[in-house]
Design a protein around this ligand. Sequence first.
Ligand SMILES: [Zn+2]
Length: 367
Amino acid sequence: MQNGRHLIWDSHLDLAWNAIDWNRDLRLPVAEIRKQEREQGAEGKGRCVNTVSFADLRRGNVAIFIATLLARQLRSGPGLVAVNRYASMEAAYAAGYGQLAYYRAMEQQGHVRWIKDWPSLSAHLDAWQSGGDTSREPLGFILSMEGADPILSPARVQEWYDAGLRIIGPAHYGPSPYARGHNMEGGLYEQGPALLREMERVGIILDVTHLSDQCFYESLDIYGGPVLASHHNCRALVPDPRQLTDDQIKRLIARGAVIGTALDAWMLYPGWVRGETTPEKAGVRLEAMVDHIDHICQLSGNARHAAIGTDLDGGFGREQSPMDLDTIADLQRLPELLLRRGYDEKAVEGIMFGNWVRFFREAWQKR
Ligand SMILES: [Zn+2]
């Protein structure tokens, strides 16, 4: 706790993709970004209803997050939409570096602090937990890649590590060069095992989110390093291949993983039809996230493996978020909901923040 509010760690935000591909200035408050998009007549899903900006993260005491590079190659495959997709891996590589440059620029202006190892994470936590004024303290981020398309070959993993990348999720929707996404059947592609082995050698954490079921199991067999699931809910509650089965959750728990539960409404509510169902019609509230957290905790027998990985800027806005969430600052309502569900203060702190601290301390101190 800090000034009566919990510190929050969000394990999945696509900030640079929003800044560049959606052309949003994240230094502005959410209300101002919405107003600009309305004035510019921006149309389409997720427009004029965004929920994430630096100011609102700060208002919500979201002191640290995992932030992505999201640059995908255009390939044929089921469920693939031809926007924000590049015709070659080389273009995805360049776009990945473009997004990386956005984080660097934000860091140079003092909005964010790039966390790459345990000493820098530990110092960041000290700064936010000192009890002093944190209004000028940079927000922390760890850099991740969603879809390994910008990695030109397994031998280039080291290059990305040296550039500051610490986590890779090999797949996104559909096929990636190394792995199949959750909406596909089948295992790793030819270079997938080499990518995973090189990630382990270099010290990059594996994010299993978006992997097909077969890729999930193959990856856990090949990759021996630390594993997480950045934005993932439970298939037992909302059936869809995008979600984790109970067996997968148990495998992750056995590996010491932490699972960030997501706030994309269709992942919270069974039978949601994207573009049709609304949070109000379905009555989807933040409480639904607590159901998924609780399911993971029941399978674990403790509260050490569930956490928050909202994905709130992942191509949707309020129209596909819980109805009692206006911006990401409203994550501050979750602790109360967890306490009411019977979790004690220590468990709540772990879910909101501490489980990720433990995970990264263990992952990084071993090296
Ligand atoms: Zn995603």
